[in-house]
Write a protein of this length. Structure first.
Length: 44
């Protein structure tokens, strides 16, 4: 039971790391979306 509790405890550095990952992931999605939109508008 103690192991389950410990695994659920998120350290500050892990939290910050996941926040940075989420930001990079969102940035990547936005860039790929705008790139796709640019391709679509070029084809029209």
């Amino acid at each position: 039971m103690a192991n389950a509790i410990e695994s659920n405890v998120v350290t500050l550095s892990e939290f910050i790391g996941s926040e940075v990952d989420a930001m990079l992931f969102t940035d990547h999605i936005l860039k790929s979306m705008s790139y796709r939109n640019r391709l679509l508008t070029q084809n029209e």
